[in-house]
Design a binder for this molecule. Sequence first.
Ligand code: ADP
Length: 280
Amino acid sequence: VFVAIFVGYLISKPIKKINDSAKLLALGKRDIVFDGNGYLEIEDLNNTLNYAVVELKKTEKLQKELLANISHDLKTPITLISGYAEMMKDIPEENTKENLELIVEECNRLNLLVNDLLELSRLQSKTTSFNDTLFNLTKLINDIVDRQSLLSEFEIKFNYDKECFICADEKRISQVIYNFITNAINYSKDIKKIVINQNINKNIVSISIKDFGIGISEEELELIWNRYYRVDKTHQRNIKGTGLGLSIVKEILDHYGYDYKVESIKDVGSTFTILIPISE
Ligand code: ADP
């Protein structure tokens, strides 16, 4: 009986210690270390729980950063809009077309940001539906290129041998291509040129969007797909971008399981490539 009680005590002591730490973790304490050692299984449990603490801390940090970013991005246009509106109300001479245009511009920016946030959150929580149909990808890209060439001063070249069809949500694929082209324009330098190549290899079509802009350093290549990641930290109020474009692109491409990559050389340019299975 004494041996049984002693062995029982030896086994339960580290478990009790782990249990106490787990209670503290549940109460929101994040600086705890699980150190109930003993049997191999208990040590395993310890390591798993310590890993959980690290991951929890990371998630909480990300959440805080996200909230800070959203608040910052929403606050700035709202402050500007209310400031200008107040001024126009109080000083009749300030009731000018330019000031009104500024208000409209800031409203558009807010709209863009809120839409992107909603879109990303729907994609991440998988609550959005994908409306897959068979469509002509080459024609879709051609249409986007025509539209973008009209709206910008860029020479956008699209090279392809033959038209190809894929089965996916046309609107979302258009969003992906549109995003890559917009980024190629936004992060350009002196050469106002973009080259899009379509290559078909067996049943896979590769679409690459090449720019001759500012490029991305090797360390940052992996990070640009994260939401709110911006290479240029001082570029916080980039008028066109919301910092969410590539995270939305990533969610869409991951949903379909398409391969994608980015190659870039700082100050030379970047090439974003996606590989999509062709549907006959
Ligand atoms: P943003 O709204 O800031 O453009 P994105 O998610 O589309 O947000 O891109 C994230 C970051 O990746 C950008 O802020 C930029 O630093 C970098 N980036 C994206 N595309 C390019 C590109 N073609 N050339 C250079 N940098 C790019």
